[in-house]
Design a protein around this ligand. Structure first.
Ligand code: PEP
Ligand code: MN
Length: 355
């Protein structure tokens, strides 16, 4: 159920409604909008008597939400969610197309710094890199763990980049939450419900990747798990799904972008690196992703892809990433968006983010 407050409703009236919801043993999710606040209610097993709230001060309307996903849905919040990263002057879901770039895995301080220097210079405001890698083989490189997180924390300070890195279980999430600016939940964990709930307790934004065989409904329900625990800063990511096509690693489903945007207010970005698995297809699909309306891109870039310990074949050379940025800037302009320009001056170290 959803309670829509009047435009003139006071904070106190919003609070009174939330308190009443909680007294009924339910959970209130106030969602402030540009003109009015809506309060989503979760936790009810059956319909709530609308009269309970109809007569309260400041209440405009009580609506039954028909979708299985509620907080994710545009029925609850019509305006696009914009997730802000003030320390790096970036946002995801607004008019800027956000670019997250960096190696698949953090392999060493030298490798990570070399990648960070180039992606920051090219205009990316977010740095990616796995410290915990979910690998198909138990014998493959599994990541540097906390040491990798420490390297990324240094990169944030030196290059003024927001850090995005994956948590693979509750234990690593604890650490990622402490070091990173955004917590990535990988495709293989999209339906790890206990991990989603734990991410819902964090105050950091969550980048949720689509499972490799997840339907749109399953994808949105996974986001609902995070939001139902009180974390409303969720960014969806299309990273390719498994099909019979074998000319690419996965089939990048760009049609999911407008499909998500129709149903949900959450931002959606695209990962053409895992989506194609082939370096030569990353830039064309990045152009297409921006054209289709994606709110951002996540791109694997390695200073020496041929020596990469994971996903080398899909990682761009830094010069190729420069070219990608140049091309997506032009596409973004056509659809009324923009991509940050290249940086000529080295960044001032960012102020430490609240942790
Ligand atoms: C990654 O981003 O490096 C990754 C493992 O992605 P996915 O979960 O989409 O496979
Ligand atoms: Mn990878």
């Amino acid at each position: 159920m959803l309670i829509v407050m009047k435009a003139a409703a006071t904070d106190e009236q919003v609070r009174a409604v939330c308190e009443k919801v909680e007294r009924l043993g339910l959970r209130a999710h106030p969602m402030p909008g540009a003109t009015r606040t809506a309060i989503g209610i979760t936790g009810n097993k059956s319909d709530i008597e609308t009269g309970t709230f109809d007569e309260m001060l400041g209440v405009q309307e009580v609506i039954h939400v028909s979708k299985a996903y509620k907080l994710v849905s545009r029925e609850v919040k019509d305006e696009n969610t914009v997730v802000r990263f003030p320390a790096v002057d970036a946002s995801i879901g607004g008019s800027e197309v956000a670019v997250i770039a960096g190696p698949c895995a953090i392999e060493s301080r030298e490798q990570a710094f070399a990648a960070a220097e180039r992606v920051a210079r090219a205009g990316a405001k977010f740095f990616r890199g796995g410290a915990y890698k979910p690998r198909t083989s138990p014998y493959a490189f599994q990541g540097l763990g906390e040491e990798g997180l420490r390297i990324m924390a240094e990169i944030r300070d030196q290059f003024r980049l927001a850090i995005v890195t994956e948590a693979v279980d509750n234990e690593s999430l604890e650490l990622v939450d402490r070091y990173a600016d955004m917590i990535q939940i990988g495709a293989r964990n999209m339906q790890n419900f206990s991990l989603l709930k734990r991410a819902g307790h964090s105050r950091k934004p969550v980048l949720l990747k689509r499972g490799m065989s997840a339907t749109l409904d399953e994808f949105l329900m996974a986001a609902e798990y995070i939001m139902s625990e009180g974390n409303y800063n969720v960014i969806l990511c299309e990273r390719g799904v498994r099909t019979f096509a074998d000319h690419t690693r996965n089939t990048l489903d760009l049609s999911v972008v407008p499909a998500v945007q129709r149903l949900s207010h959450l931002p959606i970005i695209v990962d053409p690196s895992h989506g194609t698995g082939k370096r030569n297809k990353v830039t064309p699909l990045s152009r297409a992703a921006v054209a289709v309306g994606a709110d951002g891109l996540i791109i694997e870039v390695h200073p020496d892809p041929d020596k990469a310990l994971s996903d080398g074949t899909q990682s761009l050379y830094p010069d190729q990433f420069d070219q990608l940025m140049h091309e997506v800037r032009q596409i973004a302009a056509v659809v009324g968006r923009h991509v940050a320009g290249p940086v000529t001056q080295p960044a001032e170290p960012a102020a430490a983010t609240a942790r």
